[in-house]
Design a protein around this ligand. Structure first.
Ligand code: OGA
Ligand code: NI
Length: 320
């Protein structure tokens, strides 16, 4: 597909040289028109990434695969005779880092895996904060503005969703993860270097986010759309299943703290802002029931509390 070729890949090392302006412009264009970009030369050591990928795959085999197969059995998904639209073909577990780590409460992780995930998360946290400052620069906001908004009284929420998308005998019958926009701030995804599956919606077409060894995929959540008053967009994405190969992905969500007050930045808001202002946790409570619905009614509902019931929340899903 010709369209894949244009997917924005940003070499962060170029920020230190002559091509800084073009690189900043590429990031800005990606934030305005894709909601996604992929970064290389981001400073995370490749041996750490390789180790995290290897241990995540081993952990799946040892501690998650059986549970996934049991889930298929209990939900009657072994034969997939018709399209399934209310379940995702994924195996996941969640790590929280901020405001408090739960890394030591997760069962079945080796000490080695725990240590690697702690190091990985700390580096991604720093990278997320650096990226937020690059966004501030492109948006004409003072350095530290987004970090400060996300801080609330307890600091940001930062967590990691570790996923495996096992091979699926009938990919056309079920998605690995149904289409959604992410609720939070900025998301950093380390994905399988071989098995693809992530797609984003651009101008009505689903476009593959290609695996690229040692890269990190960045995307923007609903909060950045609100704070930028729509200059930047959170974009619908999904994971398709594959007949061959188990896909690993590790998505880290750098989000506002639960009591952070979210509103369009005054320098980006016109006289009348189209976007609501709210406390982040209230948005998350709404999102948990309507994650797989379009974001626009969520924004409307946050403007007008009485509209929440009209969104037909389904059972709450676990989210960041
Ligand atoms: C998510 C997500 C994509 C992936 O968890 O919100 O979009 O590739 N994940 O796992
Ligand atoms: Ni997502």
């Amino acid at each position: 597909m010709e369209k894949n070729i244009k997917f924005p890949v940003v070499d962060l090392s170029k920020l230190n040289g002559e091509e800084r302006d073009q690189t900043m412009a590429l990031i800005n264009d990606a934030c305005e028109n894709w909601g996604f970009f992929e970064i290389v030369n981001h400073g995370l050591p490749y041996d750490l990434l390789d180790n995290v990928e290897k241990m995540t795959k081993e952990h799946y085999k040892k501690s998650m695969e059986q549970k996934f197969n049991d889930m298929l059995k209990s939900k009657g998904l072994e034969n997939l005779e018709r399209e399934v639209e209310d379940v995702d073909w994924e195996s996941t577990f969640y790590l929280r880092h901020l405001p408090q780590s739960n890394l030591h409460d997760i069962p079945d992780m080796s000490d080695e895996y725990r240590t690697a995930m702690k190091d990985f998360a700390k580096r991604l946290e720093n990278l997320a904060e650096d990226l937020l400052d690059l966004l501030c620069e492109n948006l004409g906001l003072e350095k530290g503005y987004l970090k400060k908004v996300f801080h609330g009284t307890k600091g940001p929420t930062f967590g990691t969703k570790v996923s495996n998308y096992p091979s699926c005998p009938k990919p056309e019958m079920i998605k690995g993860l149904r289409a959604h926009t992410d609720a939070g701030g900025i998301i950093l995804l380390f994905q399988d270097d071989k098995v693809s599956g992530l797609q984003l919606l651009k101008d009505g077409d689903w476009i593959d986010v290609p695996p690229l060894n040692h890269s990190i995929v960045i995307n923007l959540g609903d909060q950045l759309e609100v704070i930028t008053n729509g200059k930047y967009k959170s974009v619908m994405h999904r994971v398709v299943t594959q007949e061959e190969g188990n896909r690993m992905s590790i998505a880290s969500f750098y989000n506002p703290g639960s009591d952070a007050e979210i509103a369009p930045a005054s320098s980006l808001a016109g006289k009348e802002s189209e976007y609501p202002s709210f406390v982040f946790d209230d948005y998350m409570k709404l999102y948990a029931g309507v994650k797989f619905q379009p974001k626009e009614p969520r924004f409307e509902a946050m403007k007008n509390g009485s509209a929440v019931a009209d969104l037909n929340p389904t059972a709450a899903v676990e989210t960041f």
